[in-house]
Design a protein around this ligand. Structure first.
Ligand SMILES: Nc1ncnc2c1ncn2[C@@H]1O[C@H](COP(=O)(O)OP(=O)(O)OP(=O)(O)O)[C@@H](O)[C@H]1O
Ligand SMILES: [Mg+2]
Length: 243
């Protein structure tokens, strides 16, 4: 099956701290890969590397067979149009309304008319149960709504690849379910995704395979059935026991 994203022998350290020693995995076209691991295991660094916000120390990072490790800023702009990044903290523009947060990328990167933009934004908000909130500013939204606006904004350009960094963290079960449903809907439309989370039920509900990072390597990768019985450490990790 063809791979949209590939990490090959990826290594990354910050000063003396080795975060990734030898990480290799691939994300297949149309697949949602769960990326799990303890806090500080380097999940966000992997996502950041994929959009060129970090550079590998060694190894390669391929997006549709192109090694992006040494891409220029101009080349990275093209990659960032293809890959949406749902940031861990939402990263909304505080000084813009919900409407303008969603419209921003459409105004910057497409030639759509304002009427078409309005249509796309309102449809995007409706998909996330956010209709009627378009004139509000992020500060007046609940945490769950901010997260949903963040996801809606990230995917407005209908990207081929979506990177979700803990999109359900801190959400109640209802909002968690809504985000998971949206991830599944995008998957049905053919999007390839990496889903970083600490939420095992959410991971099992949306991911085709799950990769677990440990000590700078992919400790295991596979379907739920494959990883559940992989080894006692993984079983304890999945059950949320102290390691
Ligand atoms: N720019 C940076 N400078 C220095 N250290 C960094 C930098 N970015 C990440 N690190 C370190 O790399 C390690 C991995 O960070 P990362 O944010 O990827 O962890 P994570 O798996 O996403 O954790 P969490 O689940 O808490 O979000 C951490 O020890 C972090 O302190
Ligand atoms: Mg993180």
């Amino acid at each position: 099956m063809d791979a949209v994203v590939q990490f090959k022998n990826f290594a990354k350290s910050f000063d003396e701290k080795v975060v990734h020693e030898d990480v290799s995995f691939e994300v297949r076209r149309g697949e949602c890969l769960g990326l799990l691991g303890g806090s500080g295991s380097g999940k966000s660094v992997i996502l950041r590397t994929l959009v060129g916000l970090e550079k590998p120390d060694s190894g390669s990072v391929l997006v549709e067979d192109q090694d992006i490790s040494n891409f220029s800023e101009t080349e990275l702009l093209e990659i960032r149009k293809k890959i949406a990044y749902v940031f861990q903290n939402g990263a909304l523009f505080d000084s813009m309304t919900v409407f303008d947060n969603l419209a921003y990328a459409l105004r910057e990167h497409t030639k759509l008319s304002e009427a078409e933009i309005r249509d796309r934004v309102l449809r995007g908000l409706d998909d996330f149960g956010l209709k009627g909130n378009e004139d509000l500013y992020p500060a007046s939204l609940s945490g769950g709504m901010q997260k949903r606006v963040g996801v809606a904004r990230s995917i407005i350009l209908q990207p081929k690849v979506v990177l979700y960094d803990e999109p359900t963290a801190g959400l109640d079960p209802y909002n968690t379910r809504r985000i998971c449903e949206m991830v599944l809907r995008l998957k049905e439309r053919g999007a390839t995704a990496i889903f970083v989370t600490h939420d095992m039920p959410a991971a099992f509900s949306v991911c085709d395979r799950i990769a677990i990072l440990k000590e700078g390597r992919i400790h295991t990768i596979g379907t739920r059935e494959e990883i559940e019985n992989f080894d006692p450490w993984v079983s304890r990790f999945i059950q949320g026991e102290e390691l």
